[in-house]
Design a protein around this ligand. Structure first.
Ligand SMILES: NC(=O)c1ccc[n+]([C@@H]2O[C@H](COP(=O)([O-])OP(=O)(O)OC[C@H]3O[C@@H](n4cnc5c(N)ncnc54)[C@H](O)[C@@H]3O)[C@@H](O)[C@H]2O)c1
Length: 289
C-alpha cells in the first residue's frame, strides 16, 4: 500500500520512502469529497488519500465527516472533516474557506453526496422531490461554483468529478427523483466542462452501479459507526443476475477510477463519463447474461 507522509513526519528514512513512492498519482494535491459515508464517498476519499492527496471529508453527518478524516490520518494521510449541508450556500462557502485555510487551496472536488428515496411520480410528495433534487443537483452546483471560483482565483488547473449512477442512464421505475437528478448531473458535467475548459479545469463524471456491500460493512465496522437502514440492505439478487461481469464493483474500484480522472494521466479528458459498472449500461436490453 502506498503511504502519504505529512511534512512534519519527514525523516531521512521516510523521505527516501516518499521519493521512492513519487509515482503516487495525487501527491501534493488537495481533494474535497462530499458525502463521506462508510461506503462510496468514504471509499473514494480513502483511495485518493492513498494516492497522496490531502483530504477534506464533507458530510451533513458530523460522525461521517470526522470518522472518514480520522481513518485517513490513522493511515498516515492528511485529512480534515467538515460538517456541511451541500444545499446551503453559506455552509458551502464556509467549507471551502476551511479547506483553503487548512491546505492552501483545492485541486480536486468529488460531488458524491446523495439522498436515496425510491418513489415514483405517482407517490413522490413535492417536498421530498425538492429535497432529493436539491442534494443531487443544487449541492453539486454550489460546491462546483464555490470550488471552481477558488481554483480560478489561485490559478489551479483542477479536476471536478460528479458521481452519477446507472439509474442516470436508464429508466428505473419508481425512482423518479434519483433518475432525473442523476441524468441532470450528467449534462451538468458536460456544460460546466465546456465553461471551465478555458480555465484549465477539467470536469468529468463517474458512474457506479449496484455495489458489493462487503467493503462498506468493513469500513463501517472499522469506523465504529452504524449505517442504519443503508447498512442493512444490500443490492438484491436480480442486480447480480443482470451484470455482465457476474460480480458487482466495490467502492475501491470507483476510487481507482476517480484517482485516474483527478490525476495528470487524464490531463486531456474533460466532459466525459467513466462507467465503472461491470458492463451494466452497455448490456443489450434483451440479453440476460
Ligand atoms: N450505493 C450504490 O449502490 C450506488 C450505485 C450507483 C451510484 N451511487 C452513487 O454513489 C454516491 C454514494 O452513494 P452511497 O451509496 O455511498 O450513499 P450513502 O447514502 O452511503 O452516502 C451518501 C452521503 O451523503 C450525505 N449527504 C446527504 N445529504 C447531504 C447534504 N445535504 N450535504 C452533505 N452530505 C449529505 C449522507 O449523510 C451520506 O453520508 C451517490 O452519488 C450515489 O448516487 C451509489
Amino acid at each position: 500500500m502506498l503511504r502519504y507522509i505529512p511534512t512534519h513526519e519527514l525523516t531521512t528514512d521516510n523521505y527516501k520512502l516518499m521519493t521512492e513512492n513519487s509515482h503516487m498519482k495525487l501527491a501534493g494535491k488537495v481533494a474535497v469529497v462530499t458525502g463521506t459515508s462508510p461506503n462510496i464517498g468514504g471509499g473514494i476519499a480513502t483511495g485518493l488519500a492513498e494516492e497522496g492527496a490531502k483530504l477534506v471529508c464533507v458530510d451533513i453527518r458530523a460522525d461521517y465527516a470526522e470518522r472518514c478524516a480520522e481513518s485517513i490520518r490513522q493511515r498516515s494521510g492528511d485529512a480534515i472533516g467538515v460538517t456541511c449541508d451541500v444545499t446551503d450556500d453559506t455552509q458551502v462557502c464556509e467549507m471551502v474557506r476551511q479547506a483553503g485555510e487548512a491546505f492552501g487551496g483545492i485541486d480536486i472536488l468529488v460531488n458524491n453526496a446523495v439522498i436515496f428515496n425510491q418513489k415514483g411520480v405517482l407517490d413522490m410528495p413535492l417536498d421530498e422531490w425538492n429535497d432529493q433534487i436539491a442534494v443531487i443537483l443544487t449541492g453539486a452546483f454550489l460546491c462546483t461554483k464555490r470550488v471552481s471560483n477558488l481554483m480560478i482565483e489561485r490559478g489551479t488547473r483542477g479536476s471536478i468529478i460528479n458521481i452519477i449512477s446507472t439509474a442516470g442512464h436508464q429508466g428505473q421505475p419508481g425512482n423518479v427523483g434519483y433518475c432525473t437528478g442523476k441524468s441532470g448531473l450528467l449534462n451538468f458535467t458536460r456544460s460546466v466542462a465546456m465553461e471551465l475548459a478555458p480555465h484549465g479545469i477539467r470536469v468529468n463524471s463517474l458512474t457506479p452501479t449496484a455495489t458489493d456491500p462487503g467493503e462498506a460493512a468493513d469500513i463501517a465496522k472499522a469506523w465504529g459507526v452504524d449505517r442504519g437502514e443503508r447498512g442493512s440492505s444490500g443490492p438484491g439478487e436480480h442486480f447480480l443476475r443482470g451484470v455482465p461481469m457476474g460480480k458487482l464493483p466495490r467502492p475501491s474500484h470507483y476510487a481507482r477510477a476517480a484517482a485516474f480522472l483527478a490525476s495528470d494521466d487524464a490531463e486531456m479528458i474533460t466532459g466525459m463519463d467513466l462507467r465503472v459498472d461491470a458492463g451494466a449500461v452497455a448490456r443489450y436490453w434483451a440479453w440476460t447474461p
